[in-house]
Design a protein around this ligand. Structure first.
Ligand code: TXA
Ligand code: MG
Length: 329
């Protein structure tokens, strides 16, 4: 259950946004690092706090789909269908941008990302503020997203003016991103709302992004990475590798769906839920806890390949790529 946040605290947070400050806020997916989407100086603070390259565009969060036309133009029927079906919720739509939208929001592209979150605190903040709020995931660039207020504080300390504590994010992984700005709707980032659900709402199949699709730089191969090198492996290989690391005197942290912990000296073991919803809900908290254990390696038991695991596998694959591609950031 989300924590209730007093109306006075929401009002103060909206005031902080108006004054050009940074407000971290809970959403049902992950926490966002919020700033007034119409205030260039406020947006610059978001990039500085995250250490994010300036050409990485930001999602504009609004309270309701009725605000779409303030941020987007040439809104296609597909956008309205998806908005009606999935908003408020864990879906981000890429649309042609309205002329007034800043290049600082769009990364200089002709498109803008919009989402209407469902978390009651996000809704209350957006309604109290009235305008659009940019909200990248509240983590430092390339690192593990935040799903609690505590995660946000440990990422940013005093660099954020206000952190609204709405409890642990329900979904636990970032929104599904669908581009409806081009000739064919395309899936830019998998999320808890699956491609199949989007396709069934639209009655057409989703295209894979092509050269014409808007860039979604947050889908870099390396992303969501703990500091400890992470590998994703089949269950028996996890145990085998953990034993071989232990034999070399190395400490290993494991994230496994099975509760059957092998007897290996110094092993840090976290049992993840066996169902996809539970697994996603705890994923980033688990990665943060395993990272904090200060081991030489994190080994993650490969999740199943069924549809509801696709977004989880996507995040873990990118987290693992961090170990292989240190040069990225
Ligand atoms: O669930 C979420 O989407 C969270 C919560 C806080 O709403 N936000 C989030 O923001 O994940 P961020 O900035 O960490 O990821 C947004 C992704 C990035 O990959 C970015 O490149 C992409 O959206 N994006 C933003 N604007 C875009 C645009 N105009 N065209 C293509 N991709 C865009
Ligand atoms: Mg992010």
């Amino acid at each position: 259950m989300p924590h209730e946040i007093p109306a006075s605290e929401i009002a103060r947070a909206a005031e902080t946004l108006r004054a050009g400050g940074l407000v971290a806020f809970p959403t049902e997916t992950v926490y966002g690092l919020g700033a007034d989407a119409s205030n260039r100086d406020a947006i610059k603070k978001v990039f500085a706090a995250k250490g994010r390259p300036h050409d990485h565009p930001l999602i504009v969060h609004v309270a309701s789909a009725s605000q779409l036309a303030e941020w987007a133009r040439d809104i296609p029927a597909a956008a309205n269908v998806l908005a009606k079906k999935f908003w408020p919720g864990a879906l981000t739509l890429i649309l042609k941008r309205a002329p007034a939208v800043s290049d600082w929001v769009t990364g200089g592209q002709d498109t803008v990302a919009i989402r209407v979150p469902s978390h009651p605190a996000a809704q209350a903040l957006l309604r109290a503020f009235g305008g659009g709020v940019v909200g990248p995931s509240a983590n430092r660039f390339g690192r593990v997203s935040a799903t609690t207020a505590e995660h946000v504080r440990s990422e940013f300390g005093d660099a954020v003016d206000c952190v609204l504590d709405g409890g642990a994010s329900d979904v636990g992984i970032e929104s599904t991103i669908v581009d409806v700005s081009g000739a064919k709707p395309a899936l830019l980032r998998p999320g808890w709302i699956t491609a199949a659900q989007i396709e069934s709402a639209l009655g057409v199949s989703l295209a894979a992004p092509d050269a014409q699709s808007p860039r979604a730089p947050g889908t870099l191969a390396k992303h969501y990475s703990p500091r400890t090198p992470l590998q994703m492996l089949e269950a028996d290989l996890v145990i085998e590798l953990a034993r071989s690391f232990a034999a070399q005197g190395k400490r290993v942290a494991v994230l496994a769906r099975s509760a059957l912990q092998p007897l290996i000296d110094g092993l840090v073991w976290r049992a993840a839920p066996a169902d996809a919803a539970g697994y996603a809900h705890e994923l980033y908290a688990n990665l943060r806890a395993l990272d904090a254990a200060g081991c030489d390696a994190i080994l993650v038991e490969e999740p199943p390949s069924a549809t509801e695991w696709i977004a989880i596998r996507d995040r873990l694959t990118r987290a693992a790529a961090g170990a292989a591609a240190e040069e990225d950031d």
